[in-house]
Design a protein around this ligand. Structure first.
Ligand SMILES: [Zn+2]
Length: 493
């Protein structure tokens, strides 16, 4: 297959997969059929094309080399995913259709998660979580087969394991990143533990020895704060803020919102870049409250980034490359929901301090969780067998977040292709970028009419730079967790 055709096919396949994920995630299509999509692109997703791209990438010089490396990385990830697609389709369908029964009441698996977060009673949360975990456990044999197929594919592509494949093709130093993640865990340990104990006692009334992941899910859902976050102001507050920065919230009509509740809609908000930059859909399942706002602003950050991407960029630089870039834009907008001045100004919250503090604690928790998850995923995808990994997973997660953590999630709570590393890098970079905006555009940069022009210029670059390259263009420090640690310490002490 010649290169032009390979690139066209790659773009078509990526769009088809994105559309499928959108339809299923939005609850508009009952069954995921990724395997059937891959079948239509059998010519592209072959070992021959992979080897050919590998050879071309090794020979190419800089501008072409970047495109080929991005395409090769994407194809590697696709081949791994494709090997497991039929199994993962079954998992998705099974979970979308699963129903659970708790205290005599029947609900869908996805509704149970929403109910769990809202429930003020620790016993009810535990019962709901147990019912959810049963559904997840029932799918674990399929997930185990899926991971084994992925590992075999990495080996077939000529790498000792999945970890080596991803590390080589992405060019990310995952081992170095994990070490920085461990430093982040160490340096934030005392602060995290103090706050955790305080929240468990004061907000949840749960003894630290009995606290579990589902209790924290309720803490961060924070139903007591719902009055500060009225559903009717969700879109409005975002629009008002963007307009203050002279930004068009619809990205010249390219961004469509899907906020409608549907029973089988994914509880996890997402942005579907169906055709970058022309067609972007933002999907949020509204549950009410603070988390809706955080999720909506996060996804709006992605949507604005994609909708403002330079249409002239080659496909590889509109879609592929360093996904930490798009996550940074998303985290930046999401961070507004934890900003007390923003809450005061745009949502008229009189005393926003406790809400801002909870948001900062949530950010600390998430970054710690990602750091631990990366450590675990490196073990998982470097392992010869999956024996004993449940304990490794639960130990790593519980060690970082310091509450009981369900081992059952050891295969369900794994992001494809070390996406966890992208999140972690984005948390670090976002803190640096926010600091830059404060210095350049004032403490309240989100109300400055000059900020929009700057952001548009960043978004316009699409995915054509890595975080390191963006950082050096902006004159930022090297990418480390230091600014995030400083920022969290200032907000939380
Ligand atoms: Zn995101």
């Amino acid at each position: 297959m010649d290169l032009t055709k390979a690139r066209q096919q790659a773009e078509a396949l990526l769009k088809a997969l994105t559309r499928e994920a959108y339809l299923c995630g939005a609850g508009l299509k009952p069954e995921s059929e990724r395997a059937a999509i891959y079948d239509r692109f059998a010519e592209l997703t072959s070992l021959t094309v992979f080897r050919d791209l590998q050879a071309r990438a090794a020979m190419a010089s800089p501008p072409e080399q970047r495109l080929l490396a991005a395409l090769l990385e994407w194809l590697g990830a696709v081949l791994v995913e494709q090997a497991a697609a039929s199994l993962l389709d079954r998992v998705e369908t099974q979970e979308a259709q699963a129903r659970v029964r708790v205290d005599g009441e029947e609900m869908t698996f996805r509704q149970a998660e929403i109910r769990l977060e809202q429930s003020p009673e620790p016993q009810t949360r535990r019962a709901l979580q147990a019912a959810r975990l049963e559904v997840i456990a029932a799918c674990n044999p399929l997930r185990r087969d899926a991971v084994e197929r992925m590992h075999e594919t990495a080996w077939r592509l000529g790498f000792p394991h999945y970890r080596a494949l991803a590390e080589r093709l992405s060019g990310l130093d995952l081992t170095g990143l994990e070490a920085e993640g461990r430093r982040f865990l160490r340096e934030t340990e005392d602060m995290y533990l103090d706050l955790l104990r305080w929240y468990l006692r004061r907000a949840l009334r749960v003894h630290p020895k009995e606290a579990a992941s589902h209790d924290l899910a309720h803490l961060f859902r924070a139903p007591d704060e719902d009055a500060h976050f009225p559903p009717g102001d969700l879109v409005l507050s975002a629009h008002r803020c963007l307009e203050r920065m002279r930004l068009d919230p619809t990205g010249q009509g390219r961004i469509t919102l899907d906020l409608e509740p549907r029973p089988t809609k994914s509880p996890r908000a997402f942005c579907a870049p169906l055709d970058v930059p022309r067609e972007v859909v933002l999907v949020v399942a509204p549950r009410g409250g603070r988390e809706d706002y955080t999720a909506f602003f996060h996804e709006l950050g992605h949507a604005l980034h994609f909708a403002h991407t330079d249409p002239e960029l080659p496909f590889e630089l509109r879609y592929l490359g360093d996904q930490g870039v798009t996550e940074t834009h998303a985290f930046l907008l999401g961070s507004l929901i934890g900003n007390s001045q923003w809450l005061k100004y745009f949502l008229k919250v009189d005393q926003p301090e406790s809400s801002a503090r909870l948001a900062a604690f949530h950010r600390l928790y998430l970054a710690r969780r990602q750091a631990a998850k990366l450590g675990y995923e490196l073990v998982l995808h470097g392992a010869e067998s999956l024996q004993g990994l449940e304990e490794v997973y639960a130990g790593a997660l519980a060690g970082a977040v310091r509450v009981e953590w369900p081992a059952t999630l050891y295969l369900a709570d794994v992001d494809p292709w070390f996406y966890t590393a992208r999140y972690l890098r984005a948390w670090w970079f976002e803190a640096q970028l926010e600091q830059y905006l404060v210095e350049r555009y004032d403490e309240e940069w989100y109300r400055n009419d000059r900020t929009g022009g700057f952001l548009k210029e960043l978004w316009h670059r699409g995915q054509s730079r890595s975080l390191e390259e963006l950082g050096s263009e902006l004159g930022l420090e090297a990418l480390t967790p230091d600014q995030l640690i400083r920022d969290l310490t200032a907000r939380l002490s």
